[in-house]
Write a protein that binds this ligand. Sequence first.
Ligand SMILES: Cc1cc2nc3c(=O)[nH]c(=O)nc-3n(C[C@H](O)[C@H](O)[C@H](O)COP(=O)(O)OP(=O)(O)OC[C@H]3O[C@@H](n4cnc5c(N)ncnc54)[C@H](O)[C@@H]3O)c2cc1C
Length: 366
Amino acid sequence: MLTICGTGLAGLRVAGELRERGYSGPIRAIDREGVPPYDRPPLTKELFGNYRRPLSAEGLGQLSELVDEVIHGTVSRVEGTTVCVRNTSGIGIGEETIGEESNQNEEVAYQSDSVVLALGADARNMFPGALTIRTREDADKLRAVTGPVTIVGGSWLGCELSSSFVQEGHEVTLVEIADSILPTLGKEASAPIARALEDMGVTITNTLPEKHGTLVEATGAIQNTLGLDLTTDGWGRTTMPNVYAVGDCATLTTGPTWGHWNTALHQASRVAEAIMTDPTDEPLPLVSDVFSTIANKELLFIGRAEGTPVTLEDGSRTLWILNDQLTGGFTIDRPADGVALRRNLGHPLTPDAAADPRPLKKILRG
Ligand SMILES: Cc1cc2nc3c(=O)[nH]c(=O)nc-3n(C[C@H](O)[C@H](O)[C@H](O)COP(=O)(O)OP(=O)(O)OC[C@H]3O[C@@H](n4cnc5c(N)ncnc54)[C@H](O)[C@@H]3O)c2cc1C
């Protein structure tokens, strides 16, 4: 028996990837949220639109068809390949109840041959009373907000929320303590997005206003690790035998930082491969590949913002060059550049070529 803990993008895709590779063994999934796996990016970008999007509708698989049983509850402990699940659903979860409690506190131990931890992350909440965004329930609460909104945290999610709220007619203040929004990109690359948000009516500041209306916190997330070391190799293997970690809960020894959709998707494929074949080589590191929609603009950030940034005059593209090589790129409404970027990271690039406004494929090799 294989037990997958967590039924978000990564957990669902490990099951999908295994079945696509012909894995016929039994799979059990532990689901904390009690709803079929759904997509998180629309929760901010389409908060007032089509925000409830099951991952099955994106062609990513139907959990109930991929696994043999879904257990509704919260994983409380993992000891080797034994997974303890606490009943958080109000209905019984199994027969091997351990401990004295029952119902809400009932804990059941499930033995497995292998375990995949796909527990994601929870929203950081440092400001008492602030609303946060991670789940569909959080989005439901945000949709019900009336009046002015102050969003703390000007990274991707904070900017996406600002854009959604201001377009819904709210007075919006966005608070970012760094010297620019989207701090990973730096001031030069993120300036067009700051301008676009301000043009829509968002006030960007670095101090929390005294009168702030509803406070929404978008200051990042905290990995759900259950206190375990979920550092993995490129195949998602932890140091615990037959225990894998994938998606936002996992920290790769080499490759992108956690917290991004495409990383979770690609890691899931690698974990499935590792479960099937137990490879001995280390795969090529994954590349950070982030998408976002802010102020009706489609954004891509691929690779790393390391080295000297070269931004086009109209601000629609920034490329970073380190040691005469392309380390990363950020594009605004230039989806085609993404393909060339992915292919050419690490390839030679001069500042003059980076400043050429033509499509990247004309400038670069690919
Ligand atoms: C609002 C929002 C917008 C985003 N937008 C983008 C974007 O535009 N671009 C991008 O690249 N990335 C984006 N991301 C990040 C992306 O969605 C995540 O990287 C991705 O969802 C990670 O998948 P995951 O399966 O690892 O984690 P999750 O999707 O968080 O799934 C983890 C699941 O495990 C469950 N779980 C947690 N603890 C337990 C437990 N103890 N027991 C049982 N189950 C548990 C959780 O409830 C959850 O269902 C966004 C994230 C959010 C929250």
